[in-house]
Every structure is written in structure tokens, then in C-alpha cells.
Design a protein around this ligand. Sequence first.
Ligand SMILES: Cc1ncc(COP(=O)(O)O)c(C=O)c1O
Ligand SMILES: [Zn+2]
Length: 394
Amino acid sequence: MSTQTLSHAVPALLPKSVGISCGGCRKQFTGLATRCACGGMTETTYRPAAALGSGASAGFFEQFWRVLPLRSMEGTPAGLSLSSPTLRADRLRSVVGGPELWLKDEGRLPTHSTKARVGALIFPFLRQYGVREFVVSSTGNTSTAIAWMARQYPDMRVHIFVGRDFAHRLRHVASGNVSIHVTQGNFVAAGQVAQGFAARNGLFWEAGFFNPARRDGLKTAFIEAALAIGVAPAVYVQAVSSAMGVVGTAKGAQELPYFGLPAAQPRLVCVQQATCAPMVSAWRDDSAVIRPTDKVDHPSGIAEAILRGDPSNAYPIVYRLVRDSGGTFTAVTPDDIRHAQALLARHAGVYACEAGAAALAGYAQLVASGWLRGQDGPVLVNITGGQRDVLRSC
Ligand SMILES: Cc1ncc(COP(=O)(O)O)c(C=O)c1O
Ligand SMILES: [Zn+2]
């Protein structure tokens, strides 16, 4: 058998070498590490040779094998279908204006949000580092995605912490290895209780933004879109709470050569809602950190998925990345979001949740202000979540 035949027959299953290092001080870790002592976030790394998977598109793990922080495919669900439509939105663009416009309709994923990609990756990632039981907290979509995937990993156990104010957002599928803990108050408070629970019980705290596997999962939306468009988008727009999807996108953009496209760093645009926009508040004053006046103690707003009033830990990292990319942060009003939701449904057939629609509202605002001009495309607006109970056809 020739080597060529061999490399077509088995490449997706080739094990690869995976590491973790600090994006700030470059320290290399031997085991699982989320946040470095220097304050930097950790990143997963893979040996270049190991990245030579086939890219065969049988499923999520096969398709993105080259850039997933997994040593082997052992135990991953084969052929897991996790791709969402990438739509060229000419009709919408004729209404809103601006450059060539593409939408990523992540609401079409199994748990109706882009976080399904996190749910898929987090179990095999943690398991390869020996973690069998872990603790997580989110505004709802990541937890839902994790609960959805838990059934595939009966030898693992997950504790999901959710603030009472957010409990209605959790759509978990009953699974014996998922425990739900409802705590008082909002999402930030739930995260603190969750961390205490993990520490007391010697369990792994999943670390949210600082878990590099979350970003590796999310980046696949961008890579998938770039492959569908045929070039890397020049601008990437997303609604953010800690902006891990945006940070993941920056990494995914550098990994496009693994898929035959040139690497290109898009201008990164982070959108928040005006009633809870701590990052926008800091950015407007060109502050590299979240100041006390930027924080929102009791966040409220219709885009519940992005109600994080205190992103102090993530923001300094996101700030530098967005600034260096030539991007920006912007805030949109509830009316802007509702209008964007209606436009998406009417002109693109996309049924977005409020956070998802906020991204399009941000795009429209940047077009109206002249920040985005006709020649600035292609722009990818990630509609990160969908309406859960919508009737799509009749
Ligand atoms: C639908 C949706 N959009 C956007 C976000 C914000 O994403 P990030 O965590 O990348 O800031 C979330 C986070 O939960 C979400 O669920
Ligand atoms: Zn460091």
C-alpha cells in the first residue's frame, strides 16, 4: 500500500501531541491549566505535524481534528453533526447597507446556540487530563450545551450552577450525571458559589473564559464560516459577555492555513446591550481595564445571554486583541435589538435570540456611523443564538 493511500485511510485518527501554555508569559504547563499566575490566559497548542489530519467532514471532531486540543478521538461521538448555515445576506444588506454581509446562523445548532461547540469539546478535553467530575456556571447556553453532551460521557459528572434569575434559561436534558444547583441572585454570584463548591469538594472548576477549550470550541464557527465564504472575513461581529467567542475567533483566524486558506486577522467587533455594557464603557475612555464605574452591579436587559456586569478578568485580554485588530466595541439599545430581530427574520430567515440579534444591531449601527464602509467586507456577523421554540416552516 502506498503511503499516499495510507494517509487518506487513517489520518483523522492519528493521535497528536497537545500542550498548554500561557498567552502572556509563555510558560509551558505539563498538566491542565486555565489561568496563569501572571494573570494571562492559557492557550492550547498542537505540534504542527500532528495537525495534518484529513479534515474529512464526517462530523465535528473529524472536520476540525487538526485544530482541536485533543490527543486522540477516543470516546468522542463519531460523526457528531455540529455545523450551522453560513448565509450571504444580500437582501438584508440592501436594507441595512454596508459591505458584503454574511451571517452565521448558530441558532440552528442542536442546543440553539454557538455554545453547543463548547459542550462537544469540553468533555473529551477535560477527560484527557484525568478530570472526571467538574463544576460549571454560565448565563444558560453553555450549561445547556454541557448538559446536552453529558449523556455521551456516562463516566463523567458535571455540576451546573445557575443563578435563580437565570434558571429559566437552562434547557437541560435529564441525565443521571448532571446535577443542577440553583443559587440566589445573578450569574456572577452563581459563579462565585460554584467556585467555592468546587474548592470544598476538590472538584475541577471549569473556569469559563479562562478554559482554553471553550475558546477552541467557539473558534470552529469562524473557521466553518471562512471555509464557506472562501476567504477569511475582514470583519467579525459578535455579541459578548466575556468575549471568549471573539478571542477564539482570533485564534481560529490564525489556523486557517490548516484548511487551505491564508491566515488573516479580522477586525474584531464586540457588541453589548446599552443596559449592561461594561466593556463598551471602558473602551470609550480607552481604558485597558474595567474600572469600578464601568461595572454594572445589577445587570438587566433583554439579551440575557450577555448579562455579565463585571468582566474584569477577561477584558484586559480582549481589549488588546480588539485594539490590535483595528476593531471596536459598541452598545445597542433594546429597540435596536428588536428591530434587528425582525430584520433577520424577514430578510434572512434567521430567527435570532436577543443576544444573537444584538450582533446585527451592532453591525447596523457601525454602518450608520460610517465606521463600516462599502469596501470593508466581507463582514461576518455571528448570530450566536436562536429562538428556541420557533416554527421554521409551514
Ligand atoms: C447566544 C449567546 N451570544 C453571545 C454570548 C456571549 O459570548 P461570549 O461568552 O463569547 O462573550 C453568549 C454567552 O453565553 C450566548 O449564549
Ligand atoms: Zn503567564
